[in-house]
Write a protein that binds this ligand. Structure first.
Ligand SMILES: Cc1cc2nc3c(=O)[nH]c(=O)nc-3n(C[C@H](O)[C@H](O)[C@H](O)COP(=O)(O)O)c2cc1C
Length: 237
């Protein structure tokens, strides 16, 4: 039998390993691990109006659903025979080096979905472009943000970094958006659920779980660095 070498997934993935090891010893984590479970817990602790305000999308919520469905159409094609022992998740962003390609979505950003808007924004001096449909909260029936990403990335042509949000829930989602040309991704509702469930610790838990997943996805897909992840990592089905 061929030797199977499990990649070293420390340090970021260590967060999930710790929870799994504790679980093997019978300890249940007090905060949910998956985004869906975190949302379900938030629904329990928030009053219905507050939960509905954060969870909801525009109109029939068609665009909000489309955001998630778009991720399912892109599948990761893991590659083998790559040394992924040490991984680098850092990226350059507006003159700074981010330790990981993940930010929290601010309130009040202007989301871009069209290549011509992206070019106009650059002509007007924009330092970066955020591809976003505001988490499906604006135009019901609008294109899924992920479906808009490749054309905007092409139009921007590397002149400024392209960030992405709307529908990012897992590390695999971040991997896919980066493979399609995003420099970094922003999380919206997931950190709001973390805040509702556990305050600052809840947000930290959401972020650490998310980064652990992204790190693990990189390692098991055969990428030592987020900077190396490109379209070859994906297949559209
Ligand atoms: C409760 C809430 C309020 C938001 N308010 C704004 C806003 O005022 N302006 C804006 O551009 N985006 C707003 N957004 C959109 C976020 O900035 C971000 O684009 C979106 O949440 C990302 O999608 P996701 O929630 O699926 O991760 C809001 C999102 C939520 C959940």
């Amino acid at each position: 039998m061929t030797d199977h070498v499990t990649p070293d997934v420390a340090p970021l993935a260590e967060y999930q390993n710790g929870i799994c090891m504790a679980g093997a010893g019978g300890a249940r984590p007090d905060l949910p691990i998956t985004p869906d479970a975190m949302e379900a817990r938030a629904r329990e602790v928030l009053d219905a109006e507050a939960f509905g305000y954060v969870a909801g999308g525009a109109g029939s919520e068609d665009t909000m659903r489309a955001n998630r469905e778009a991720f399912r159409r892109w599948r990761i094609v893991p590659r083998m025979l790559v040394d992924v022992q040490h991984r680098d998740l850092s990226v350059d962003m507006l003159g700074a080096r981010l330790p990981a390609p993940v930010l929290l979505a601010p309130i009040g950003v202007q989301g871009i979905l069209r290549p011509d808007d992206a070019r106009r924004a650059i002509d007007h001096g924009a330092d970066a472009i955020v591809v976003s449909n505001h988490g499906g909260r604006q135009v019901d029936g609008a294109i899924a943000a992920l479906d808009a990403l490749p054309d905007v990335v092409e139009a921007v042509g590397g002149i400024v970094p392209v960030l992405f949000d709307s529908g990012i829930r897992t590390g695999a989602d971040a991997f896919k958006a980066i493979a399609l040309g995003a420099r970094a991704v922003l999380l919206g509702r997931p950190y709001a659920w973390g805040l509702a469930v556990g305050g600052q610790r809840g947000i930290e838990h959401v972020l650490r779980s998310f980064l652990a997943e992204l790190d693990l996805t990189l390692a098991l897909s055969g990428y030592a660095s987020v900077a190396d992840v490109d379209r070859d990592a994906l297949r559209r089905i």
